[in-house]
Design a protein around this ligand. Structure first.
Ligand code: PLP
Length: 392
């Protein structure tokens, strides 16, 4: 067979190992093992009934054609109205883009800003696709660490100290995957203040977990800072808030000066998002929000119980996450690397979780455990983890 010659950038693509672990766990389950999957990154809740009904109705009523590449105008308007309602900000609907899930927003941002000779800052530990896409683009991936001692909340000085004249883009994510850390408002204030000295640096704020938080005060959105509006991209969507991961429905807000470029990327990439799914998304935004608050209060009680249980094991220490549905405990006292811990726990106890280094080098000594699973399964998973650790 002839060897095919591929573009060099392809070899720089990383992956999201949560999907590898998911496939391994599914394989074990198919072979008859009793597997508890604490590696999963999607809510176990159901999407709002209104969304399901609206999508069915859209299919019945003839929503079968292409839509405008940036999204149905009525949905872009509804996103803008939702942002106004929730955050008190004014966003023009023509700056809102609907994408097939939120991930393409990262892809587009990296294609627009990344190339050889420039630097892009990203959180470590952080969502693995940031690093993968920066590498793919040819830019230098420059990590800023999220520290356990700060509950994995971003330190603005640490980010600002890494900005150079080559920095083009900074990626932020709060509440964070994999740590559940939330950036405090005074730290966002300080970061934005510092970025005023670097007016050519763009910001990609991944706010996909913005509705899933456990303290009284909601996490700040970067949209609340008008001074950076002309260089801010905000990523969000329906996947986590409305438990609609498989619908592939995301949205983003872009600076007006990039709107034409984003439209072109959409036309070149996916043409538009599934028409009926957009109608379902519209109903989710405009309908009752009870399913969101019910899901979040369920997550809150699982979180407390899980953190207590983990901290009850002498070989674990676990900060309490402020948002998302993950905990990121320190496992260094077990004497195992995160990777060995992950692999042995799955093989010996049938419990899937994710090694912290899947989220960057700073994740060594940690694992990510998701609590997007019903309480009895989390309890059973924790019993098995306790047994595994006590046998070490
Ligand atoms: N951003 C973060 C931080 C995530 O954890 C995820 C999914 O796990 C995404 C973005 C992607 O969301 P979507 O499934 O809508 O593409």
């Amino acid at each position: 067979m002839n060897e095919l010659t591929l573009a060099a950038r392809v070899n720089r693509l990383g992956t999201e190992s949560a999907f590898d672990v998911l496939m391994r766990a599914n394989q074990m389950a198919a072979e008859g093992h009793d597997v508890i999957n604490l590696g999963i990154g999607q809510p176990d809740a159901k999407p709002p009934k209104t969304a399901i009904e609206a999508a069915r109705k859209a299919l019945r009523d003839g929503s079968h054609g292409y839509t405008d590449p940036p999204g149905l105008p009525i949905l872009r308007e509804a996103v803008a109205a939702d942002l106004h309602r929730r955050l008190g900000v004014d966003v023009a609907p023509d700056r809102v883009f609907i994408t097939p899930g939120a991930k393409p927003v990262m892809f587009f941002a990296m294609l627009l800003f990344g190339e050889s000779g420039v630097e892009i800052l990203y959180p470590d530990p952080g969502f693995p696709i940031y690093r993968s896409m920066i590498d793919f683009s040819g830019a230098a991936a420059t990590p800023y660490r999220l520290e356990e001692s700060r509950g994995f909340s971003l330190d603005p000085e640490s980010v600002l100290s890494r900005v150079t004249e080559r920095t083009r883009l900074i990626i932020l994510n709060s509440p964070s995957n994999p740590t559940g850390g939330v950036t405090a408002r005074q730290d966002v204030d300080r970061l934005v203040e510092g970025l005023m000295e670097h007016p050519r640096v763009a910001i990609l704020s991944d706010e996909i977990y913005d509705r899933i938080y456990f303290d009284e005060r909601r996490p700040p959105s970067l949209l609340e800072y008008p001074g950076i509006r002309d260089r801010l991209i905000v990523l969000n969507g329906w996947s986590k808030t409305y438990a609609m991961t498989g619908w592939r429905l995301g949205y983003s807000v872009w600076p007006r000066q990039l709107a034409d470029k984003v439209t072109r990327l959409a036309i070149n990439c996916h043409s538009c998002v599934n028409n009926a799914a957009q109608m379902g998304g519209l109903a989710a935004l405009e309908g009752p929000q009870g399913s969101v608050s019910a899901m979040v209060s369920e997550f809150a009680s699982r979180r407390t119980r899980l953190v207590d249980r983990l901290n009850g094991l002498s070989l674990f220490s676990c900060p309490t996450p402020g948002g998302a549905f993950y905990v990121f405990p320190n496992i260094t006292k077990t004497g195992l690397s995160g990777r060995t811990f992950q692999d042995r726990l799955l093989a010996e106890e049938g419990v899937a979780l994710i090694d912290g280094t899947s989220f960057g080098a700073a994740g060594e000594g940690f694992v990510r455990i998701s609590f997007a699973l019903d309480q009895p399964h989390i309890d059973e998973g924790m019993d098995r983890i306790a047994r595994f650790v006590s046998n070490l």
